[in-house]
Ligand binder design. Structure first.
Ligand SMILES: [Zn+2]
Ligand SMILES: [Zn+2]
Length: 161
């Protein structure tokens, strides 16, 4: 996904790819693709399902999950587990290389643009493990801007004596 791309343009690109892969473009699948197209919040399947259900009362969780699964298989969406295997998979429409910052307090997941993997680090990994590096994904942990602000406000509102 490039920065200037509109929701509609991204939706059409993804739908064309789904169609090419032989999937029927049902109204429900189109709605799922459009909902996720420019979503920067890295939602779980459950979150998407709950957002879509009011407008699509007959949509099942399985439809949401299976559509996401197809999008991931076609590499149109990335699947992330940022908090270990115990937490739900999150889905990311941003398929360009990037890192993530995860908030300890509210769980927000924020995209951080990635520079190409640094050559010395890459070489080190390759030498230590005999491993060929394809990509580098970092996770930064800490507090997001909003949680930082509310902590500061919380500190200010403490009685002064
Ligand atoms: Zn936060
Ligand atoms: Zn992301």
């Amino acid at each position: 996904m490039s920065a200037g791309e509109s929701i509609e343009a991204r939706t059409q690109t993804v739908l064309a790819e789904l169609k090419r892969a032989g999937l029927k473009l049902t109204p429900q699948r189109i709605a799922i693709v459009r909902e996720l197209a420019c979503d920067r919040s890295h939602p779980t399947a459950q979150e998407l399902f709950e957002r879509l259900r009011p407008g699509h009362p007959t949509m099942s969780f399985a439809t949401v999950y299976n559509t996401l699964d197809a999008l991931v298989r076609l590499e149109l969406v990335s699947a992330l587990r940022l908090n270990g295997d115990q937490t739900a998979m999150r889905f990311d429409p941003n398929t360009t290389a990037h890192h993530h910052a995860v908030c300890d307090a509210c769980g927000a997941v924020i995209d951080i643009p990635a520079l190409p993997p640094s050559a010395p680090l890459k070489k080190e990994v390759e030498e230590i493990a005999g491993f060929t590096v394809r990509a580098e994904e970092r996770i930064y942990r800490g507090l997001c801007g909003r949680c930082n602000d509310s902590r500061k406000q919380g500190a200010q509102s403490c009685p002064s004596r």
